[in-house]
Design a protein around this ligand. Structure first.
Ligand code: ATP
Length: 199
């Protein structure tokens, strides 16, 4: 599995639609200070489901939409698409090419697509769980992240190892199942109360 292409339009400094083809091997992004290098990494994390405006270096999600310049009008939406080649089906989906797209409007409305079909954030998150390329995956190491990993608590650091070992998704599913069980227990208690009142 590898990243093949990034298409960005309206995300942060990318007022024009750009397509970045990523060749195999090592790719470096170079440019003057403030030219948008980190915005490329932000775009990748965003399309993979990043929900925190702060971790995208903004204060609200609208900040990621191209705000315009002296010569250019602002845009009404931001859109990023990642094309991932999946020849060995590392990502468990029966496609050798996966296109993940996210779009957000100034109204806050957000849309996700997997290979052109509209989907939920949860579908994107589940697709990449335990592959290392989710928004928190270890494939994208942001500025200061190494420091954060080294100074984090052992329990927090453990999440990284769980993702690499492929057990994180089972942990998440277990938590979901426990939440549902708890809800059902509460429902049962309520039902027993009602039965008690009727009897
Ligand atoms: P450095 O080398 O200093 O770390 P960089 O190349 O990584 O810089 P980025 O931090 O990716 O640069 O980009 C910063 C630029 O993005 C700034 O010029 C900022 O004005 C611009 N920018 C951020 N958000 C928006 C937005 N919503 N609309 C327009 N431009 C934006």
């Amino acid at each position: 599995m590898y990243l093949d292409k990034i298409e960005i339009h309206g995300f942060k400094s990318f007022g024009d639609a750009v397509k970045l083809n990523i060749p195999k091997g090592i790719t470096g992004v170079i440019g003057p200070n403030g030219s948008g290098k980190s915005n490329v990494a932000d775009a990748i994390r965003w399309v993979l489901g990043e929900q925190s405006a702060k971790s995208l270096r903004g204060s609200k999600m609208e900040d990621i939409i191209f705000a315009g310049t002296e010569k250019r009008k602002s845009l009404g939406y931001a859109e990023v698409a990642l094309t991932i080649k999946n020849p060995d089906e590392t990502v468990r989906i029966a496609y050798t090419e996966i296109v993940i797209k996210r779009r957000v409007y100034r109204s806050g409305e957000s849309e996700y697509f997997i290979n052109g079909s509209s989907c939920r954030l949860k579908d994107v998150q589940e697709l990449f769980m335990d592959t290392g390329i989710g928004k928190d995956g270890y494939s994208i190491i942001g500025q200061g992240q190494i420091d954060r990993v080294l100074s984090s608590k052992p329990e927090e650091r453990r999440t990284l190892f769980e993702e690499a070992a492929g057990i994180y998704k089972y942990k998440v599913r277990r938590q979901e199942a426990e939440r549902k069980l708890e809800k059902q227990r509460e429902n049962l208690t309520r039902l027993q109360d009602i039965i008690g009142e009727i009897e």
